[in-house]
Design a protein around this ligand. Structure first.
Ligand code: NAD
Length: 277
């Protein structure tokens, strides 16, 4: 096992990619701080870790809230004494509870698709950004970009002292090509890439290694807000002809967390089924 006795914190580990990452890291011997905003989801991940005979603790916190993030790191340090691996994974895209956003985005995508099929090109703006609400913009940037910063800041305080650590940030293929129905999400994920590259150079002198993943479309509850026809359109744009699965991302995170990957610094690796090459 390549991560024996290392302590990992995985944010958003109550679902999808985060849960799969927690499992992969645990299978390599790491002890896992299981963060999520959803307590029930944390419990389910902890149950899975327990079945594997792995060690994990519940760290319920909103990563977009500075004091909750500080409290989460305090509890992690009290329990396991340190942090070796931080995976900034928690995120939101088009939560089903954002009914208006979900409808507007799906309708715009379907209308554009119809126009392209009928006339060969889009006939007008998709009008997402011009009617985008402040709340959607601010919450999206807060969870992804501020959350990544808040957690990274706390982790570095410990990692800089011990002169060792790994930080892996979840960006997205939307940061590479821009996804018109999710402008705030695309912007936040692009911000994470800039942050990754800057911090990677800043902290390598202390033996801390920072990288990002920019996955394509992965079959998790994050895509629940998306109309099935829009999903089919995305699959049609993916040379592999399918969505990815969470394990395909998690195994790459686990590799980046090991010493085998120590020469990979400040990179953006995009497992995306060939969608962006
Ligand atoms: P998911 O919805 O299955 O899981 C996300 C988890 O994050 C949920 O358990 C949720 O409760 C938690 N979360 C949300 N806001 C939080 C907050 N403020 N504090 C703490 N936890 C919070 O989504 P997923 O597909 O597993 O996505 C994981 C990461 O991968 C996200 O950053 C996402 O943007 C990114 N990503 C996903 C895809 C995809 O297609 N699924 C593609 C590229 C990147």
């Amino acid at each position: 096992m390549k991560l024996n006795n290392r302590v990992a914190l995985v944010t958003g580990a109550g679902s999808g990619i985060g849960r799969a990452i927690a499992v992969e890291l645990a299978q390599e011997g790491a002890k896992i701080g299981v963060n999520d905003i959803n307590e029930k989801a944390i419990d389910e991940t902890l149950r899975i870790l327990q079945d594997l005979g792995a060690s994990g603790i519940a760290l319920k916190a909103d990563i977009g809230n500075v004091s909750e993030v500080k409290g989460m790191f305090k509890k992690l340090k009290e329990t396991y004494g340190t942090i070796d691996i931080l995976v900034n994974n928690a995120g939101i895209a088009m939560p089903p509870s954002w009914v208006v956003y979900k409808e507007r985005s799906n309708n715009a995508a379907l209308k554009a698709m119809g126009e392209v099929m009928e006339t060969g090109k889009m006939q007008e703006s998709m009008k997402i950004t011009s009617s985008f609400e402040d709340e959607w913009w601010l919450i999206t940037l807060n969870v992804h970009l501020n959350g990544t910063f808040y957690c990274t800041r706390e982790a570095l305080k410990i990692m800089e002292e011990k002169r060792k650590g790994k930080i892996i940030n979840l960006s997205s293929v939307t940061a590479l090509h821009g996804e018109p129905i999710v402008p705030a999400y695309s912007a936040a994920k692009a911000g994470i890439i800039g942050f990754t590259k800057a911090v990677a150079q800043e902290v390598i002198g202390s033996g801390i290694i920072v990288n990002a993943l920019a996955p394509g479309y992965i079959d998790t509850p994050l895509l629940d807000g998306m109309d099935d026809r829009v999903k089919q359109m995305i699959i049609a744009r993916t040379p592999a002809g399918r969505l990815g699965n969470a394990k395909e991302i998690a195994s790459l995170v686990a590799y980046l967390a090991t010493d085998d990957a120590n020469y990979i610094v400040g990179q953006v690796i995009s497992p995306n089924g060939g969608m962006v090459i």
